[in-house]
Design a binder for this molecule. Structure first.
Ligand SMILES: [Zn+2]
Length: 179
């Protein structure tokens, strides 16, 4: 696996000012303050309640499915260990969250992700009455399906820093019972 040397190399960023187009690893992106993104998610949940979850989850899932192959290719990952290491450093470098731990259960059916400082939880100042990281539930599900080479998974956030928990925990399981 490659090792990070400089900020440009880390972000694989290219600017095209003529066309207001910035790309990271060839993917067009836009920069936005963490607070704006966090408030946007909070506003959506404020307006739609639990109805915001499928919306955020689905867009997160689709983004996760698209992101994982880019990271794996960019860091030239050869195995699961390298894929996870690249993932941990990319999440932190992009300012999304700290991925503290990823564990696979002994039977191989459950992936647990322990996360701190998720951008979705920040705006709540630990005062939410529910977990709130719906976009990340979807994102981690789609992303880990590719990293672990599994299909039809579903993710649920079981603890959340937005409601005062020590960390956000995401449990990713099979969507259907084994036949
Ligand atoms: Zn959370």
């Amino acid at each position: 696996m490659k090792v990070i040397k400089s900020i440009d190399e880390t972000l694989f960023v290219e600017f095209d000012d003529e066309n207001a187009n910035t790309t990271i690893s060839g993917v067009p992106v836009m920069f936005m303050s963490k607070k704006t993104m966090s408030s946007l998610c909070m506003g959506m949940i404020g307006a739609l309640g639990k109805g915001a979850r499928p919306l955020l989850y689905t867009s997160g899932y689709n983004a996760g499915c698209k992101s994982a192959p880019v990271v794996i290719k960019q860091w030239d990952c050869k195995n699961l260990d390298e894929r996870l290491k690249a993932t941990i450093q990319q999440f932190a470098r992009y300012g999304w969250l700290l991925l503290k731990e990823v564990t696979l259960s002994e039977d191989g059916n459950e992936i647990t992700c322990k996360v701190e400082k998720s951008f979705e939880s920040l705006a709540y100042n630990r005062k939410s009455e529910t977990s709130v990281c719906y976009f990340l539930e979807g994102f981690l599900c789609g992303y880990m399906e590719i990293v672990f080479n599994k299909k039809n998974l579903v993710c649920e956030e079981t603890t959340c820093q937005a409601q005062g928990d020590a960390f956000c925990q995401f449990v990713i399981k099979r969507k259907f019972w084994k036949e």
